[in-house]
Ligand binder design. Structure first.
Ligand SMILES: Cc1ncc(COP(=O)(O)O)c(C=O)c1O
Length: 474
């Protein structure tokens, strides 16, 4: 690549990028630089620095899509300059969003007729979807309490301690108490009986996590619904359920169509799902759908007309990109039910194969189940020699990014490694991962057997990482 001379630097002749002065000085970090630099140099310098990021395809910490078809990449690039909020200017994009909402609502068995429009909205991800769903529950509950002349200042949500951090954000930002149902060794999802026991008159909803971030397991939404129906009957309350199906929403309909977890259950009033997880779109799209219009208080919807026509909006942000919505629609029509099913079945098979390979090392107990989201979460059988944090660090030598974390209360003493199986994680990568894991274990044992010297061992396990929380797990 050749760096051309600039208006600011007319005397400079053409240089090869690495022969130019631009690669010789350090980059501005704090202040906007005084002068411009050639675009080729800016491109080269930034892309070189980005080489030091991890490889997204080997980032097994994340549920978020890291591969899409080139045709879809082209659609994404062609819409990169479209602001989604300009609905009057980009009516087709708005129409594609509405089609996606309808398809998702049907997939989740919303009680709508064939041609009726579903109630829902595209968001930046499940986090925004959850904020919107939570706000709708809070406002509905407050309106009801006001009408009954009862206090409405102490709303709470009942949720498992395995909750994703966005629920903690919702609680803190929108002043709702979280009543967390503790886990225990061997049970890493919310116990429905304990959950429903914790419900009181201030509970705005019970959250069922359908695809736990920690182990991929589905919570038993049907059981929660059953127990809550009884409790509502006894108490006169009408506590509803929200299903956080961030990852499970695009798994269960294809693999377990008979499993009742969605709008087939009467108390399920809203569901969120991440388009950018098993919806198979790059980061930046989520969805929330409501059972029907009455579950979304009208006063939360803003009507704007300064973009050309009346546009109802219910989102936290105003502007955002359009590409992800378009990409979601591409995936829906490109893959159809059949295509999604094939991909998810492959993911499950690869998860099973990885699970088997990990078990065969003899060193680990796999805590995730064969059903649920394709995740393999595994703990060391013995932690006397090394910890999962050390293993996670050492797997980085091979390029693998595998998070390690401790479980939430009351299972904090259990520490696990977790691998998320995505569409682009194929069998040969699973085999390679197990073989690298074996190398890490053998090296560690070699060091211990060598002279028993703790110094050598400490050198090998260069860093002991003190990660108490599940931060970085998305
Ligand atoms: C259960 C659950 N809920 C919510 C989220 C947040 O999703 P997003 O990254 O789409 O905002 C996640 C992310 O992993 C999740 O696993």
């Amino acid at each position: 690549m050749v760096v051309s001379s600039t208006a600011n630097d007319p005397g400079e002749s053409l240089h090869a990028t690495f022969g130019s002065r631009y690669v010789r000085s350090s980059l501005p970090r704090f202040k906007l630089p005084e002068n411009s630099i050639p675009r080729e140099a800016a491109y080269q310098i930034i892309s070189d620095e980005l080489m030091l990021d991890g490889n997204p395809r080997l980032n097994l910490a994340s549920f978020v899509t890291t591969w899409m078809e080139p045709e879809c990449d082209r659609l994404i690039m062609s819409a990169i300059n479209k602001n989604y909020v300009d609905m009057d200017e980009y009516p087709v994009t708005t129409e594609l969003q509405n089609r996606c909402v309808n398809m998702i609502a049907h997939l989740f068995n919303a009680p709508i007729g064939g041609k009726e429009t579903a109630v829902g909205v595209g968001t930046v991800g499940s986090s925004e979807a959850i904020m919107l769903a939570g706000l709708a529950f809070k406002r509905k509950w407050q309106n009801k309490r006001k009408a009954e002349g009862k206090p409405y200042d102490k709303p709470n949500i009942v949720v498992g301690a395995n909750l994703q951090v966005c629920w903690e954000k919702f609680a803190r930002y929108f002043e709702v108490e979280l009543k967390e149902v503790n886990l225990r060794e061997g049970l890493y999802i919310m116990d429905p009986v304990n959950a429903v026991e914790m419900v009181d008159g201030n509970t705005i909803c019970v959250v069922a996590t359908f695809g736990s971030t920690l182990t991929g397991e589905f919570e038993d939404v049907k059981k929660i619904n059953e127990l809550l129906v009884e409790k509502n009957k006894e108490t006169g309350w009408d506590t509803p359920i929200h299903v956080d199906a961030a990852s499970g929403g695009f798994i269960a309909p294809f693999l377990y169509p008979e499993l009742e977890w969605d709008f087939r259950l009467p108390l399920v009033k809203s569901i969120n799902v991440s388009g950018h997880k098993y919806g198979l779109v790059y980061a930046g799209v989520g969805w929330v759908v409501w059972r029907n219009k009455d579950d979304l208080p009208e006063e939360l919807i803003f009507h704007i007309n300064y973009l050309g026509a009346d546009q109802p909006t219910f989102t936290l942000n105003f502007s955002k990109g359009s590409s992800q919505i378009i990409a979601q629609y591409y995936q829906f029509i490109r893959l159809g039910f059949e295509g999604y099913k094939d991909i998810i079945v492959n993911c499950m098979d690869n998860a099973k194969s990885l699970r088997q390979g990990i078990e065969e090392t003899g060193k680990f107990e796999v805590l995730s189940k064969d059903s649920g989201v394709p995740v393999v979460a595994f703990a060391l059988k013995s932690t006397s020699e090394h910890t999962v944090f050390e293993i996670s660090e050492n797997m980085r030598r091979f390029g693998w990014i595998i998070p390690a974390y401790t479980m939430p209360p009351d299972a904090e003493h259990v520490a696990v490694l977790r691998v998320v199986i995505r569409e682009d994680f194929c069998r040969s990568l699973a085999e390679r991962l197990v073989s690298d894991l074996r190398k890490v274990l053998v090296d560690a044992e070699g060091v211990q057997a060598d002279d028993g010297g703790s110094e050598k061992k400490a050198k090998y396990w260069r860093r002991v990482v003190d990660r108490k929380k599940t931060s970085g797990v998305c």
